[in-house]
Structures are given as C-alpha cells and as structure tokens.
Design a protein around this ligand. Structure first.
Ligand code: ADP
Ligand code: MG
Length: 529
C-alpha cells in the first residue's frame, strides 16, 4: 500500500492540547503566563492561554483556531474543543501506525462527526427563557472551579438578568448581542460586590465641582461635538488694537458659550454626555443650571448610552429638541477607590447594561471577567438554541456509547475509525477524573456501566469520584458547547490528516494553511474521496 503518513505533523497539535488539558473542569489547575515584558496572567481559560503561547507550527496553529472558533461561536468550551482535537489526532496516529490509510481515517472521522451531531441533538433537553433556575445553573456550571466560584450564586443571578435584559425576540427567534453587556472592571473591593447596573457605568467624573453629584429622573443629552468655540486663535482673525476691543471680543465669546449652556437647559436636559471637550465657561453655566455633565466620553460608551437610555446622539445644539433626550431614573457620581465614575442607573428596558466587576486585585477581576464571559456565552447559547445537555462528562460518555453502537453498523476500517473517534470523545470524562486526582480507568468503567443501564446523564462527581446524575445535580450546559466543540475539533483533525506534507510557500512569512471561510463551517471542507 502506498503509505502517506502525516505522522510528523501530528505531535505539534497534540502538544498544544496537552498543555491546556490540566485546566479542564472544576478541579483543573490554572496557568501562570509570563509574557516577554514580564507581565503575568493567571488563568484557567483555554483561549487566553493559547493566545499568549508563542505558537509557530502550522498544525499547532490550526488547533488554536479550534479554540478561537469556539470562543467566537459560543464563548465557552475552548479547552474541551482543543482537548478533543488533540485526542482525535493522538488516536489517529495509533490507527495510522496500524496501517490504516489517512484518507479512510478521515472519512471515518467525518462520518462519526455527522452522527455525533445527530446523537447530541437527540439526547438534548429543551430550555426556554422562563426556566430561570436552569439558566442560573448553566451560569454556575460555567463558573465552577474558577476564580468566580466564591461568588457564583450572585454572579450567575447577575449573568441571567443581564442576558435577559439585552435579549431581543423577532418572529419567535431569540437574538442576543453579547456586546450589549458591558463588563467594567474595578479592582479594590470584594467579588460579591460585583453589581449589575440597568444602564451604563462610565469611567468619568463630572466635569465641574459645582455640578450636582446626582440627578433624579435624568433627561440625558448625548452630543458628539465639542461644547467650545473652535480655534479662537487661528480662525477668528481679529486684529486687536485696543484693550476695549479685547474686552468686547471676550464678552462675545462668553455670550456664545453661555448660550450653549442655555440651549441645553432649555431643551429640558439635566445631564449631558459630550464626546469631545466642554469649555470651562460652558461647564460653569451648566452647573449654574443644575446640570450634570461629563466630557470626552468614549464613542463606544456613547453608543451604549443610546441603547440604554433611548437618547439619540446630536451633532449640534441648534436643532436640539426634547425628543433627542434619553431617560434614566438616576445618574450619580460614585467614588470607587480613588476614581470617580458616573453611573447611569435605572434605565427602563435598557438594550445595554453594565456589570461592574469588583475584586481585590487586577488579576482577580480579570479572571472574574473571563468567567463571566463564559457564563454569558453559555446562557446566551442556551437561550438562542433552546437546547441543553448535562455536563460532568455525562454527555460525552453517552455520545461515545451511541457512536460505538453506530460503528457496529459499518464495515471494516471505517468501523475502526468511528470506534476510535468515540474513544477520543471520552477524553473529557477521563481528563475531568485525572485532574481531580481520580483513577480515570475506574471512573470510565463506572460511567460506561451506568450509561449501559440507560442513565444518560450519569456523570462524575469530581469531589468523590462517584457516579452522579449530572442533570439532577444542576450541572447543565448549552448543547451548542458540545456540537461546536466536536465539529470544529473533528474538522481540524480531518484537515490535518489530509495533509501529507508541509511545503514552504514562496513568501518570506509562510502563511497558515487556509481555513475554510467563516471559521470551521463544514461546507468549506474539500470533497472527500
Ligand atoms: P472549557 O474551557 O472547555 O469550558 P472548563 O475548565 O470550563 O473548560 O471545564 C468544562 C468541563 O467541566 C465540562 O466538561 C463540564 O461539564 C465540567 N464541569 C463543570 N462543572 C462541573 C461539576 N460540578 N462537576 C463535574 N464536572 C463539571
Ligand atoms: Mg468552561
């Protein structure tokens, strides 16, 4: 047989997977990443670790792509996806050693991956926006074993509320734009002081000390041009010959600035957020009118404010009308540690909300933020698709069992490949056990036995090593985490299997092997033989 074994390509991808597999699950360890500047990150988050690792080898880079796709599509399950990809490659190597042709193996993996999706759909359970308890459990599962664990009750409540607040529904299709949940970090407090604001938090203080510190029933003006007179020195070409002229000039300028403040006051606004600067004189007159103002607000925050308050951004004051103003129940300046921040609270049906993350140090708040992103991703994915499964290795064990049954219906080498794929999926319960210091063989034997007895949600209790019903224990995850992880992992494994050589391109910087359009979409795969 003409053997084209891509063996020399495989190990690189496997090493990537090995590096992060110790972080999987509630008992997974963290990694400390030290970059070239000496800055450190302590994390348990797969994609963060991979992003920081200096990965050069093309096939290893493809494994990193698996993590990125998972991150973009779901926001959680990156370690799972990479560990499965690594295991598929490892198992593939064994079969290649036994003389199975890579093309046959690739075909078997392809069959298995399609079947896997079907099985996962079948075993999943429905969920709707009304299932608050389950949504909270999903958020908690995402945070188990992470820095966020200490306050996971409160953080999961916040997660579910935030996601539901920004959720939209059109023709019964749920859409959620995660960008509308702003995660603002502030170190120097306790994690359980983390707070959901039905509105926006700006890292800005009020412009002038004599402005009010807080405003009830705020009517908010958003303006994206400066509240100043532009370039007095250059554009107003006035030659001042006498001191009186100077006086008139200044008076006139003050009149213009004062009229800006008056136009704002006349519109009914009592809060102003300006994307550019605000002249001292304007500040003074705004303050006199009891108006709260902040200047140099970021463009992204201005957009978020439109969604939270219903205001529209105006470009100049001449056409200003009350219709342009947004609303919020309460705007206040709050001192957090040494910084003053502006809270725009109590917005009605805000399309944009903020989670203000607190924690003792910067490293803590960073890790909480990553855990919240995972939780937000999972709750959103569950709501969008309306389907969930149980975790703790239960789904993977059940999937492997059904795939083995499917393998029996195939013939010869394909059967081998599908059975091999099934075993690779079991890397998840195996790794959860290993990371918990349990004997993976014992655990897997117990799990398989339970699944043979039709306990489809039998998973592993990582604290005792006993088999539990993961569903009843509330260890719940969105179906999408699993389907996405398995399809991108197998697509990359298949792609790597089909490479028989790495050829240096003519360009100095060798490009990565091309990925299919739109991430790992099945449609992008080359036709199978
Ligand atoms: P990933 O980056 O893949 O999300 P995690 O470190 O978050 O990696 O681990 C996810 C795995 O941990 C999933 O397989 C999930 O089912 C499992 N898991 C989560 N909570 C528990 C729990 N309480 N007991 C056992 N396994 C759990
Ligand atoms: Mg996770």
């Amino acid at each position: 047989m003409n053997q084209v074994q891509p063996i020399f390509i495989l190990p690189e991808g496997m090493i990537v997977a090995e590096t992060i597999r110790t972080t999987l699950g509630p008992k997974g360890m963290d990694k400390m990443i030290v970059d070239s500047m000496g800055d450190i990150t302590i994390t348990n988050d797969g994609v963060t670790i991979l992003e920081e690792m200096q990965i050069e080898h093309p096939s290893a880079k493809m494994i990193v792509e698996v993590a990125k796709t998972q991150e973009d599509e779901v926001g959680d399950g990156t370690t799972t996806a990479v560990v499965i990809a690594g295991e598929l490659l490892k198992n593939a190597e064994e079969l290649l050693d036994k003389g199975v042709h890579p093309a046959i193996l690739a075909r078997g993996f392809r069959l298995a991956s399609i079947k896997a999706n079907e099985i996962l759909e079948n075993i999943s359970e429905p969920i709707s926006e009304k299932d608050n308890k389950m949504l909270k459990q999903i958020a908690m599962t995402a945070m188990t074993g992470k820095g966020a664990e200490i306050a996971k009750e409160k953080l999961s409540e916040i997660t579910v509320k935030a996601v539901k607040e920004v959720m939209g529904k059109e023709n019964n299709v749920i859409n959620i734009n995660k960008d509308n949940i702003k995660l603002e970090k502030k170190s120097g407090g306790r994690v359980d002081e983390t707070e959901l604001i039905n509105g926006i938090v700006l890292d800005k203080e009020r412009a002038h000390a004599s402005m009010p510190k807080s405003v009830r029933n705020a009517k908010i003006l958003l303006i994206d041009s400066a509240l100043e007179i532009k370039d007095t020195t250059t554009s107003a070409k006035i030659k001042i010959k006498a001191p009186s002229q100077m006086q008139t000039f200044l008076e006139q300028e003050e009149k213009m600035l004062k009229s800006m403040a008056e136009k704002i006051a006349k519109s009914g606004a009592n809060v102003v957020f300006c994307q550019k600067g605000i002249d001292d004189v304007v500040q003074h007159f705004l303050a006199k009118n009891g108006i709260y103002a902040a200047r140099r607000v970021k463009e992204s925050d201005m957009k978020a404010l439109t969604r939270a308050t219903g205001a529209s951004i105006v470009g100049n004051l001449d056409s200003l009308s009350e219709k342009d103003l947004g609303k919020s129940g309460f705007v206040e300046e709050v001192k957090i540690n040494d910084d003053n921040m502006t809270f725009v609270r109590e917005c009605k049906n805000p399309k944009s909300v903020t989670i203000l993350i607190k924690g003792s140090t910067e490293h803590v708040v960073d890790e909480i933020k990553r855990a919240l992103e995972d939780a937000i991703g999972d709750v959103s994915a569950a709501l969008k698709e309306g389907k969930v499964v149980a975790g703790a290795g239960s789904t993977e064990t059940e999937l492997a069992r059904q795939l083995r049954k499917f393998a029996e219906s195939l013939s010869g080498r394909e059967q081998l490949a599908v059975a091999n794929f099934a075993e690779a999926i079991e890397v998840i319960p195996r790794t959860l056990a290993e990371n918990a210091g349990l004997d993976p063989i014992d655990v897997l034997t117990d799990l398989r036995a339970a699944h043979d007895k039709k306990q489809k949600w039998a998973g592993i209790d990582v604290f005792t090593g006993k088999v539990i019903d993961a569903w009843n224990k509330g260890i719940i995850e969105p179906l999408k985490i699993k389907t996405q992880a398995i399809s991108s992992a197998s697509e990359v494994a298949i792609m790597i299997l089909r490479i028989d050589d790495v050829v240096a391109g003519s360009k100095k910087e060798a490009p990565m092997p091309p990925m299919p359009q739109g991430g790992m979409g099945m449609g992008g795969m080359p036709p199978m033989m």
